[in-house]
Design a protein around this ligand. Structure first.
Ligand code: ATP
Ligand code: MG
Length: 356
């Protein structure tokens, strides 16, 4: 039996705030699931985050990419602290990691679920909103290139340079077309702003034109990001796979999570399609200091992210089993207060365990 047990090495970074609580709850679910599905997770905890920064002056050790590289995946909670500027928490860990490990696909499924009240105006059949947002995650507007001059003077100037490479755009768009061609409706919408941004986004559009030729079965269109916000709200059923640049994807995926009902359940995967470095799985929500320590955070966003991690690791049966269990828990109303339920974080995780 032991020889047949598959082992996956997981780096666990709970981070700050409710990330610590939702990751702990998720690990309890994974422990039970691994026993049922005959795989094992070799977990190593890392203390990266704002508490470490406040006590030692550094968010992570300098060598953090070397420390994390041996792992198959990273399960991440959230970082962010009212006492630490947001650009520090992002640039000390998450954004460099996406670039160093080339986690170039950020994948966020968004769908209507029984038991979750959606904000969107629909007849409430699941097909009314069933999207995967595919966001470029390694370059674009968050490339970190730019600078400031004449600081403190009236002539102060800052540049924020978006980097778009044909290599980077094509690989991401190809991944999205591949995904779309495997989905029932085979639709893809490319989000752009090439009317106003005339270099990077024009290249982005051209890459889509080129890649689309390889996927004649996928019906696709292009949409300016401003018009896209309207379409997401007014005509959600017309969308399936949504491909965005780094900045647009950041914004649209929060809108999508809100439309579908709750930021507390939204999952996110930062994928390395060739598995050459660890991928990272995290809930869409942040550290939410307003509810930290109360034990009321919804763990489903982290649990769903863990299901995506299992799928990426090849544990397809376990991933599907976990997804069925948390969807059943939501449908049964076995949820936390943000969804109108009465359970605390541990209770909501237990409700998932009971349904595995
Ligand atoms: P960030 O700065 O990363 O956006 P944040 O601390 O602002 O993080 P968000 O994740 O943006 O927090 O969440 C906004 C609010 O939504 C939180 O303050 C909290 O009240 C609520 N919220 C977020 N996640 C959850 C959750 N898992 N369960 C319950 N409520 C949540
Ligand atoms: Mg926020």
């Amino acid at each position: 039996i032991n020889n047949m047990t598959r082992t996956h090495r997981i780096a666990v970074i709970p981070g700050d705030g409710i990330g610590i609580e939702t990751v702990a709850a998720t690990l309890r679910v994974l422990e039970k699931l691994s026993a049922l599905e005959n795989f094992s997770l070799d977990l190593t905890h890392f203390d990266y985050g704002s508490a470490r920064y406040k006590s030692t002056g550094s968010y992570t050790p300098e060598t953090f990419p070397d420390e994390l590289r041996p792992y198959d995946s990273i399960l991440f909670g959230a970082v962010g602290d009212p006492d630490v500027p947001d650009h520090i928490s992002l640039w000390k860990l998450l954004l460099p990691m996406r670039q160093i490990f080339q986690q170039y696909v950020n994948c966020r499924p968004v769908c209507l679920l029984p038991g979750v009240k959606a904000c969107v105006n629909t007849a409430a059949t699941p097909s009314d909103l069933d999207w995967v947002i595919v966001r470029e995650n390694s370059e674009g507007e968050y490339s970190g290139q730019g600078g400031r001059s004449h600081i403190g003077t009236v002539g102060e100037t800052a540049t924020e340079v978006g980097i778009f490479t044909r290599f980077g755009c094509e690989r991401l768009i190809r991944w999205a077309f591949e995904l779309a061609s495997g989905r029932p409706r085979k639709l893809l919408t490319l989000v752009t702003k090439s009317n106003a941004q005339r270099s990077g986004l024009v290249l982005w559009d051209e890459c889509a034109n080129r890649v689309a030729k390889d996927y004649p079965d996928v019906k696709w269109d292009k949409m300016l990001v401003d018009a896209m916000t309207v379409r997401m709200v007014r005509n959600p059923a017309s969308l399936d796979v949504i491909v965005c640049t780094n900045l647009h994807g950041d914004i649209l995926s929060d809108l999508a999570a809100a439309l579908a009902g709750s930021i507390g359940i939204a999952p996110s995967a930062n994928l390395v399609p060739d598995h050459s470095a660890p991928a990272l799985f995290e809930p869409v929500h942040g550290s939410a200091f307003d509810i930290m320590g109360k034990g009321i955070a919804n763990p489903i966003g982290t649990i769903w992210s863990a299901a995506m991690m299992l799928d990426y690791l090849g544990e397809k049966a376990a991933a599907a089993r976990l997804e069925r269990a948390f969807k059943k828990a939501l449908a049964d109303g076995a949820t936390t207060a943000d969804l109108g339920g009465e359970l605390d974080t541990e209770g909501a995780a237990q409700a998932v365990i009971d349904r595995l």
